[in-house]
Design a protein around this ligand. Structure first.
Ligand code: FPP
Ligand code: MG
Length: 434
């Protein structure tokens, strides 16, 4: 059984995800992915070990292990970036491959610690953008409600990490670049949040991140308009970037999000069609935002198509892994951990990856999927069958495949703390429990 899925990203690039589901043993499905080739940088050439040791001792640029005694334990991202430039310049004097440093420290880099300064004010800044754009007090209150900084901040973190990693890779540093890239991080988070506001109205959700949802607190019409308002402010921020290519890439996110949400309302007859439909829906609803916003930060840095495609594909793979884990968690977590009801997807009529995989072993799931688990007892029976099948393991396996591809792409960038943190970020996404 082989499903070939073609999706067109912005800029006319074809994104090809080949999902080959082959039998493992008697009834087991495994998902194997074919990947688009991202241009890999030549591995770092050999540098005189003494020279290398010398600059690792004197430059406060890499991880804490390679900082000088006088340097703070966790140097700021900007000081890392500046000293990285010096280190890279020295590196290019001794290697034939400018930009590719020898890989020698495999200590994981914590992205949240690394970006502490960058992320500290990001939610306050988004709230501020919303507040200054209206004098309607209630609109201010509703539209800022989800920007309380209590979320995981995955999207801003990924955007700023990619921005800093690529700025190191391309060796571009100017005062206006990072603020513009940080603005893309905010725009992406605002688009995401606007879509959650609308989604909570559509799903009639009571809770979001452990607190009452916006529609549980306010009139649905006002909440819907507050979602529109967030989107309108994000659009102004896009316009302020004054970059038509970036505008096009970020607009694509909106088209994808709306289509993804729409696709979720429908289902397909056959197993093959269903999986392809699920993956396209997942790309549009979740992965397009990370893929295109990461691409946008590279475009702002002046990266060519090969490097913007690395960012796009990293974001796409991380986004797909994120959603697969989300779909898995819905079956194994509880309301307290999730901050929203568990078994939510089945109750909402959605057949996600665990159910689609479980179908192979338990075909009785097929009619339930077609009637969107509407009959009494459907959701509970489907839940039981998913747990009896290998659907959860297969979903995790597929998520790991995407995670491995994201890691490979992150490793194709020149080594820097930010590049390493992109690897950690992909791992955080795959190992999360909420
Ligand atoms: C959460 O899904 C919802 C999304 C990620 C996107 C929703 C998109 C729209 C409502 C289209 C409109 C878009 C804009 C930009 C206004 P979920 O219900 O699976 O997850 P949940 O459990 O977190 O609610
Ligand atoms: Mg929802």
């Amino acid at each position: 059984m082989c499903v070939r899925l073609l999706q067109n990203g912005a800029g006319g690039q074809a994104i090809i995800a080949v999902l080959t589901m082959a039998c493992l043993g008697s009834a087991r499905l495994c998902a194997r992915l074919g990947h688009i080739s991202a241009r890999r940088k030549t591995p770092g050439a050999v540098v005189d070990p003494l020279v290398r040791a010398a600059f690792f001792k004197t430059q406060a640029c890499s991880n804490s292990s390679s900082t000088s005694a006088a340097a703070p334990l966790v140097p700021s991202a900007s000081s890392i970036q500046q000293s990285y430039t010096a280190k890279r310049a020295l590196g290019t004097m001794h290697t034939q491959h400018p930009g590719s440093l020898p890989r020698e420290d495999h200590t994981p880099v914590d992205p949240y610690r690394l970006l502490e300064d960058d992320l500290k004010e990001v939610y306050a800044d988004m709230r501020q953008e919303l507040i200054i754009n209206t004098n309607q007090k209630l609109l201010q209150t509703i539209s800022t409600y989800y920007f309380d900084g209590q979320g995981k901040a995955f999207r801003p973190m990924l955007n700023i990490l990619m921005a800093r990693a690529v700025n190191c890779h391309l060796d571009v540093h100017n005062g206006k670049l990072l603020p513009a890239q940080r603005s893309v991080a905010m725009i992406a988070e605002m688009i995401h949040t606007a879509s959650l506001v609308h989604d909570d109205v559509i799903d009639q959700a009571d809770m979001r991140r452990g607190k009452p949802s916006a529609p549980a607190l306010w009139d649905h019409k006002k909440v819907t308009i507050a979602g529109d308002f967030i989107l309108s402010v994000a659009s102004q921020m896009i316009a302020r970037l004054r970059n038509p290519d970036v505008t096009q890439v970020l607009s694509m996110v909106l088209t994808d999000l709306v289509q993804g949400e729409f696709m979720q309302l429908g289902s397909k007859e056959t197993e093959n069609e269903r999986f392809a439909h699920y993956l396209t829906k997942t790309y549009r609803k979740t992965a397009s935002l990370t893929a295109n916003s990461l691409k946008a930060v590279v475009m702002l840095a002046g990266g060519d198509e090969s490097i913007s495609d690395v960012a796009f594909q990293y974001g796409r793979n991380v986004g797909l892994a994120f959603q697969l884990v989300d779909d898995l968690i819905d079956f194994i977590s509880n309301t307290e951990t999730l901050g929203k009801p568990a078994m939510n997807d089945l109750k909402a009529g959605l057949a996600t990856a665990p159910v689609l995989f479980a179908c192979e072993k338990y075909p009785e799931l097929n009619p339930m999927i077609m009637r969107r688990f509407e009959e009494p007892g459907d959701a509970e029976r489907a839940f039981e069958l998913v747990h009896k099948s290998n659907g959860l393991e297969q979903t995790r396996f597929l998520a790991r495949k995407y995670n491995m591809e994201a890691t490979r792409l992150a490793n194709s960038l020149a080594e820097s703390p930010f590049q390493k943190a992109l690897v950690t970020a992909a791992d955080i996404i795959i190992n999360r429990m909420k």
